[in-house]
Design a protein around this ligand. Structure first.
Ligand code: ATP
Ligand code: MG
Length: 669
């Protein structure tokens, strides 16, 4: 679908332009409309966001001033407020509002279980009733406005339902990904001190059964030792093969969900909350250090997630949307639980992994539910790519309309595979750059409006004003590279770090007062497109040239045999910093492969970027250290590259710790 025009990419490499399809009914159709809306969103935020916010239900409207913020910590504490004085409720807007508008029989969730043949359907009316029952139970257990609730559950409909139940009664949810250890769970419980924890008896991820309740029990022993008591553990019976009798129960504390919740009334009064009351806490993925407890509030988050969902996925009621993220991550909060439901979307909720029982599962699900909007991560794309295109081509995928990517820069090779093989060249790709902290998409194409270039997240979303700073903090103009910052508040941004406003200011505002500091390095090209090139700490300075980790990784993956690459800086006596590359080869390769392959990989990088980016070391990596959400932990790789593996730092969010030993054994091979 490339229209032949070429785009001079950073470092002279050239990819095609992919013009936006002509979709007359797109919510934003064409660059002119984008430009006009973007301009208005900055020039008249009150008018722009006010008009959008009118579509939601507010128990009480906002007052003047509509919003206020201070990003300059030298003047006053950093503070952001939107829809000042307004009152609303997220669960009401996600459910009651849609049911009242006649969408009650519409499917909210097509649930697809881990194992083939397990599925169910939940309509908006059913979800509303379910949420009310959980909310009533929570109230009976003493949970009220402002109280914390920890949710540690797999991807079953009860997970988003539990989040909405909290929102309905004004409780603050903290969802902990159900793959985390007892240690990580206990740390998060001790941080937010809930009296009630919601969990599930057991779960299967792929072929592996996991006793979630057992992990909760272990975590609560640590919580008690840490000086906090949880009064109630509500346990969803999802044992499958096992029976309830096999699940250890602490009388007086543990309660079976199916017994306690099903007897509750299916209606529950809504607690009207202030727009700036907290909605949830969520910990970042920890790829750069200890996870941060990010806090979001109601009003701006509602408007921000709903609006980005509508425009970035060009959502129409005829669409079926599937986001593969777990609700334990921000993507699962903003683009499973809230954004889609606020738009009355029909979505697929998938409990399993896309390679179980085989590498065709994802495409089987796409065909089964006629998925039109698919949202996943580069790590998943690269993993599916490494199994070969046959797995994809076995399935029709004719329903697909738009493909999304999130979590990391997507290397052009994976982008092209996603576009050409998965989407058959028909579907625009929305490469969405954002963070747990930003709550919603920040830099992203709009499918009916933006010309795409593989590897670029393209342009800012409405209301987002990015800037690029030099190391000294000067704002750079035009074509440039440096630190990505945001110049003004946008509705869905975080408001503080859980219980630690000083750390919030220190992390995001003190270095460059007046700006929100993202921690990411980027380039801006002559068309104003943004290219995320890696974490600030990872951008490599080779003899005075700044080279992004994402660029070198993108070049390596252009080699046919390279499935995935992770690049980190290393000390270099002459160049200052050198390039150290960890390389994963296609499925089925034996390690170490013949030595000639290293030369070929180096040659590929030299050809794609230039001799300046020549990798100094190639280190074979059958697996890479990744967070549970699939992000590469480059900080751990930096330690391995500099032989400091004795001090790896916080590894609690590592998905598979055994990859480290394998990596160490392959050093120098
Ligand atoms: P921590 O802050 O604890 O280290 P984290 O930053 O990995 O964790 P998230 O908030 O989930 O946790 O990730 C946000 C980061 O992910 C961004 O700052 C950016 O580095 C990366 N990212 C997300 N989406 C994209 C994208 N489309 N392109 C490039 N980078 C992306
Ligand atoms: Mg981060």
């Amino acid at each position: 679908m490339s229209n032949g025009a070429v785009h001079p990419e950073p470092h002279g490499h050239v990819y095609g332009h992919y013009a936006a399809p002509k979709w007359p009914d797109a919510h934003c159709s064409g660059k002119e409309q984008y430009d006009a809306m973007y301009k208005e969103s900055l020039a008249a935020p009150e008018k722009f966001w006010g008009r959008i916010a009118e579509k939601f239900y507010w128990k009480k409207k906002w007052e003047a001033p509509f919003h206020s913020y201070n990003f300059d910590s030298r003047k006053a504490p950093v503070n952001v407020q939107w829809f000042i004085g307004a009152e609303t409720n997220l669960a009401y807007n996600c459910l009651d509002r849609n049911v009242e508008a006649g969408q009650g029989d519409r499917v909210a969730f097509y649930w697809e279980g881990n194992d083939l043949g397990e599925d169910s359907t939940t309509t908006y009316s059913q979800l509303l009733a379910q949420v009310c029952q959980i909310a009533n139970y929570l109230k009976s257990a003493g949970v009220g406005r402002g109280d914390d609730v920890t949710i540690y559950m797999p991807m079953i409909p009860e997970l988003p339902a539990a989040m909405l139940a909290c929102a309905r009664i004004g409780a603050v949810h903290s969802v902990v990904f159900a793959g985390f250890s007892a240690e990580s769970l206990s740390g998060r419980i001790l941080d937010s001190k809930p009296r009630v924890v919601l969990t599930c008896s057991a779960v299967k991820r792929g072929a592996k059964p996991i006793s979630l309740k057992g992990i909760v029990d272990d975590a609560l022993v640590k919580v008690t030792a840490g000086g906090h008591e949880v009064d109630t553990v509500l346990v969803y019976d999802h044992t499958r093969a096992a029976t309830r009798a096999d699940v250890a129960f602490t009388p007086g504390r543990d309660v079976w969900w199916q017994d306690a919740v099903s007897e509750q009334p299916t209606t529950c009064e809504v607690e009207w909350m202030g727009a700036e009351d907290p909605l949830f806490k969520l910990y970042t993925s920890g790829s750069t250090g200890k996870p941060k407890g990010v806090e979001h509030t109601l009003g701006g988050y509602m408007v921000g997630t709903a609006t980005t969902f509508k425009y970035v996925f060009d959502h129409h009621l005829s669409d079926v949307y599937w986001c593969t993220a777990d609700c334990g991550w921000i993507t699962g909060h903003s683009y499973v639980a809230y954004g889609p439901l606020l738009n009355a979307a029909t979505q697929v909720l998938f409990e399993g992994v896309p390679t179980h029982p085989d590498a065709g599962r994802a495409w089987d699900i796409v065909d089964k539910y006629k998925v039109s909007l698919l949202y996943t991560a580069p790590t998943a794309i690269r993993s599916l790519q490494s199994f070969g295109p046959e797995w994809v081509k076995k399935y029709s995928r004719a329903s697909l309309r738009i493909l999304g990517s999130v979590g990391e820069p997507i290397n052009p090779e994976a982008w092209l595979w996603y576009h050409d093989v998965v989407g058959g060249g028909r579907c625009p790709i929305v490469d969405t750059w954002w963070q747990t902290e930003t709550g919603a998409h920040m830099i992203t194409p709009l499918p009916g409006a933006t010309t795409l270039v593989p590897g670029s997240a393209t342009l800012p979303f409405f209301g987002v004003e990015p800037a690029v700073l030099s190391e000294k903090g000067e704002e750079l103009q035009g074509e440039c590279e440096g630190y990505l910052v945001i110049k003004r508040a946008w509705p869905s941004g975080m408001r503080t770090l859980s219980g630690d406003h000083a750390r919030f200011e220190a992390t995001y505002f003190n270095l460059y007062p007046g700006y929100y500091f993202t921690g990411d390095g980027c380039r801006r090209d002559k068309d104003g497109y943004y290219w995320l090139i890696g974490r600030v700490d990872d951008v490599i300075n080779v003899s005075g040239h700044r080279i992004g980790t994402a660029e070198v990784e993108g070049a390596l993956t252009q080699h046919d045999r390279c499935a995935e690459a992770a690049v980190v800086p290393m000390e270099h006596p002459i160049k200052g910093q050198g390039i150290y590359a960890f390389v994963t080869l296609m499925q089925g390769t034996e390690y170490p492969p013949p030595p000639a392959l290293k030369k070929e990989l180096v040659a590929t990088v030299r050809e794609v970027i230039g001799p300046i980016a020549t990798p100094d070391v190639i280190h074979w990596a059958p697996g890479l250290p990744k967070t549970r959400s699939g992000k590469i932990m480059r900080r751990i790789l930096r330690k391995i590259a500099s032989k400091e593996e004795d001090s790896l730092g916080d590894t609690s969010t590592l998905a598979d710790p055994s990859v480290i030993q394998t990596l160490l054994a392959l050093r120098g091979k």
